[in-house]
Design a binder for this molecule. Structure first.
Ligand code: ZN
Length: 140
């Protein structure tokens, strides 16, 4: 005896949904899709939105790294401003590791984001340089 729910499942499995891959970030989308999350436009095959997005991502990654470096560098003026009093030195024993760990985390995360954004931007640039029409010679 067949259960109606199981029959529906079998029908759905028999007709798989068509899937398209984003040529920039390789994310799979169900076939009628207008735009990828990265900004690639499937309808007109445009990389401009994706390129703008990845350029922005690169800038924010570099900003993140700069913030990390500033966080670490702020240790020096901190001592210059407040001096080396015992109370501050005890506080600094807790503050400095937090500052260094936080700063290094921002630098490392920024580097990872920068690498990803640069890779995707290169892919988008390569895709944008492809000819829109090709001449195909037929040899018969
Ligand atoms: Zn994409």
């Amino acid at each position: 005896m067949n259960h109606p729910y199981l029959e529906t499942q079998a029908v759905q499995r028999a007709a798989p949904a068509r899937v398209v891959n984003c040529p920039i970030c390789a994310i799979e989308w169900p076939s009628p899709v207008a735009c990828c999350a990265c900004g690639y436009d499937f309808t007109i095959e445009s990389v401009h939105g994706a390129m703008a997005r990845f350029r922005g991502a690169r800038i924010s990654a570099v900003t993140m790294q700069a913030c990390g470096a500033v966080t670490i560098a702020l240790i020096a003026p901190f001592f210059w401003l407040v001096g080396f009093t015992p109370a501050w030195l005890i506080l600094a024993m807790f503050l400095i590791p937090i500052q260094v760990i936080g700063g290094l985390t921002m630098i490392v995360r920024g580097a990872a984001r920068l690498r990803t954004a640069t890779r995707h931007l290169r892919a988008a640039r390569r895709l944008g340089q492809l000819p829109s029409a090709r001449i195909v010679e037929r040899r018969s």
